[in-house]
Ligand binder design. Structure first.
Ligand code: PRT
Ligand code: ZN
Length: 288
């Protein structure tokens, strides 16, 4: 056994590619994944173990892997002795209760006495308990969406992302149980040896800087000197903007790091305040 940090990643599924992409953005040189059970990173003391997502929490709990990437839905459902180190911002989906299109479900109390099919009985039962609702929960391991048309259940509780599966099965969203995304987990009971912990801290630092960079953009523009105050007030800058002189004495260059999703809400205001030559650039990395 080497002293490398062992990271469990889903072997063949929705989270596989995005998990590897995140690690590559962290500067890890990883061979292309090709049906292997195990890949070491060439330039970082980390080994990737490829496993079924359902097994990852238990493997991490027992120390077979030191850390793992799974959907928060799997993390919660499996009730393993693991904890979330970081939310990773991909694999987003929601766990929803849905009902047949031709039926109504207006109030959450209308769930009382109904039969609900789901692959997430633990999370669903918790939700029902919290809302003081008694309902019958039937556990299905797949194809939950066909349960109402087969007459097996009145409602379903399943993961939804685009909503296409619900639509194709003539189902409608009624209540959201929770929003999920991929998370990095570690064991709650086994603490890592010092050396491995150092590797984990380095990896976490890199992951956090990639996540901040992904959600930020570099904004550049020229502004008339007279509008500088107005422009600075419009920019939702992560730090105070950089202001630079230009050859034209009446103009200044303003640079700022902004949250990616804010650009389109401020661009018209910037233009009407006199900004020109507006550029928005991606950020490769950002160290705080
Ligand atoms: O083989 P293994 O057990 O490892 O994989 P799996 O088949 O159990 O999981 P996989 O690859 O389907 O999903 C892995 C993780 O991706 C899940 O645990 C979620 O955290 C996350 N995720 C994100 C999703 C979806 N989006 C998703 N849309 N997981 C499942 N779905 C399914 C959903 O169950 C339903 O059947 O897609 C269908 C709905 O999708 P839409 O787009 O039609 O709404
Ligand atoms: Zn699975």
């Amino acid at each position: 056994m080497n002293g490398n940090l062992k990271l469990a990643v889903q072997s063949k599924g929705r989270l596989t590619e995005k998990s590897l992409e995140l690690l590559k953005h962290c500067g890890l040189d990883i061979e292309d994944y090709s049906e292997r059970l195990f890949i070491p990173a060439r330039n970082f003391p980390l080994d990737i173990l490829f496993l079924r997502d359902d097994d990852i929490p238990e493997y991490v709990q027992d120390g077979v892997a030191d850390v793992g990437i799974v959907g928060e839905n799997i993390f919660l459902e499996k009730q393993s002795e693991t904890k979330i180190l970081e939310k990773l911002g991909f694999g987003r989906c929601s766990l929803l209760i849905a009902h047949p299109e031709n039926k109504q479900l207006k109030d959450i109390k209308d769930i009382e006495g109904k039969t609900i099919a789901t692959s997430y009985p633990v999370i669903l039962n918790e939700f029902l308990k919290k809302n003081k609702i008694k309902a019958k929960v039937i556990e299905l391991s797949g194809s939950v969406e066909i349960a109402p048309s087969l007459g097996v259940a009145d409602l379903i509780c399943d993961i939804v992302s685009s909503g296409n599966t619900l639509m194709m099965n003539k189902l409608k969203k009624s209540f959201k149980v929770f929003d999920s995304q991929a998370v990095l987990i570690s064991s709650e009971k086994n603490s890592l040896p010092k050396e491995k912990n150092k590797i984990l801290e380095d990896l976490l630092r890199r992951i956090r800087s990639v996540l901040i960079a992904r959600n930020s953009k570099y904004l550049m523009m020229n502004v008339p000197k007279s509008s500088l105050d107005k422009i600075v007030k419009i920019i939702p800058s992560l730090k105070s903007p950089t202001v630079l002189p230009l050859a034209d004495e009446n103009l200044l260059a303003v640079h700022a790091v902004i949250p990616s999703d804010k650009f389109w809400t401020i661009v018209e205001d910037l233009k009407s305040a006199g900004a020109s030559g507006i550029l928005l650039l991606p950020i490769e990395n950002m160290i705080k």
